[in-house]
Each structure stands twice: as C-alpha cells, then as structure tokens.
Design a protein around this ligand. Sequence first.
Ligand SMILES: O=C(O)[C@H](O)[C@@H](O)[C@H](O)[C@H](O)COP(=O)(O)O
Length: 241
Amino acid sequence: MELHVAKDPVQLSENVAAWISNYILEVLQKQERFTFVLSGGNTPKQLYTLLAKAPYNMMIPWERIHFFWGDERAVPFEDDRNNAKMAFETLLDKVNVNPENIHIMRTDISPEASATEYEEILNNYFGKEKTTFDLVLLGMGDDGHTLSLFPGLPIVHEHKAWVKSLWLEAQNMYRITLTAPVVNLAACVVFLATGEGKAITLKNVIDGTFDAEKFPSQLIRPQNGELHWFVDEAAAGALEI
Ligand SMILES: O=C(O)[C@H](O)[C@@H](O)[C@H](O)[C@H](O)COP(=O)(O)O
C-alpha cells in the first residue's frame, strides 16, 4: 500500500489528476484499451472536473478508455444522486469519449436485473483474464464503507459474485455495486479520502485489526495489483506518519 498525503482537497485533486493521467499513458503504451472504474460521492467531483480541462483533456486518449462504475444508486439517471449523471456532467460530456465504451449501471430496470446485466458485461470483458480493471477509483464513507459495501450488511461477505444489488435501509434505496472479489482482481486501486470526519476511520482501516463487518474498506486488497490511498492532511490526522 502506498499513502500519498496532500495539503488539502484542491491539492489532492491536482495530484491525483497528474498521477492518473501518467498512469493511463504508461499503460496505454503496452495495450490498446484502458478500463477505468469511476466512483460516486462528492470527493471525485473536483478530480473529474480537472481531468476535463487542459492539459488532461488533450493529453489523455479518451477514445481508448472504457468506463465502468463502482456502484450506483438505484434512482433515475436524471436524479442528482445518480453517480453516472455526476460523471457525465463533470467529465464524460466534455471529453472525446467513445459512447460505446461507457458502461453505466442501469437504473431503468430492476436492481437485480441491472446487477445481472453488469456481471455479464464484465464477464465479456474479463472472463478468462486474471486481472480485471486497469484502474478502480474508490471513495470511503465516514463509516468505513466503500462502493456500496456498508458495515454490517451481508454484501461484505460476498466471495463469488462480481456485481450485486442490495437494499440500503438507511438511505431508503436500492444500490448496485461491484463486490470486493472483482475489485481485488484490478491492476490498480486508488482510494480518495478527505476531511477530518474520515480521520479515525482511516486509521482503523489502514492500521487497525481486520474487521470487514465494521470497516468494509479493509476488504479492498488487490491480489496482484497496486493499492494507493490519496488523502488530505485532515483525513490523515490520526495516522502515525
Ligand atoms: O455512491 C456512493 O455513495 C459511493 O460510490 C460511495 O462508496 C462513496 O465513494 C463514499 O460514500 C464516499 O463518498 P464521499 O466522497 O461523498 O465522501
């Protein structure tokens, strides 16, 4: 695991934009396509906005990037809580992507059907390969969840399925989410976390005893890939570094 600490959320987004674009260019020297899992939540908004501007909008061969989502709230695409909507507004509508390479988690069908369909899409992409995504971007909630793997829910014990739907009582909505097993087959996972509200949880996730029921972010341990945490000083506040 590699920890990158930035002064504040603005610097963090700048560092991550530079880091990610270098990584994409490096990988694309060796292969034709790049598979990129986007995350929802607030933290990545600034990063997406930066990636849509110079120099990154020109530097990155967007048409060679295939986009996926880590999780989705089962609300219509037009709803502001929809993770795909946010990514389109901040990034995908502004750069030269190939619409055929964008794989949203559908919310116009039942959450179960959407999860099954997404699992099929992933199987078609990665079926026999040992490594899945080139890059998975993740966030962590103050409670230690990542993706839609929330503390105490059965989904944290999923060993087999790559995509599942679940009911989230606290938010009164269904979610569709990738599971830890598929994310752990990625070549690279990048977590973003900012703010002092995440400091104690971050310490528990990184330095604490393994307890996935309580801190599902601990489930993310790429088998053969890299794991990076990009955090700001406030989120890093409780770490001993
Ligand atoms: O749809 C979502 O809610 C997410 O994908 C979720 O896992 C998110 O990454 C964390 O909740 C962190 O969210 P913030 O960046 O808003 O703190």
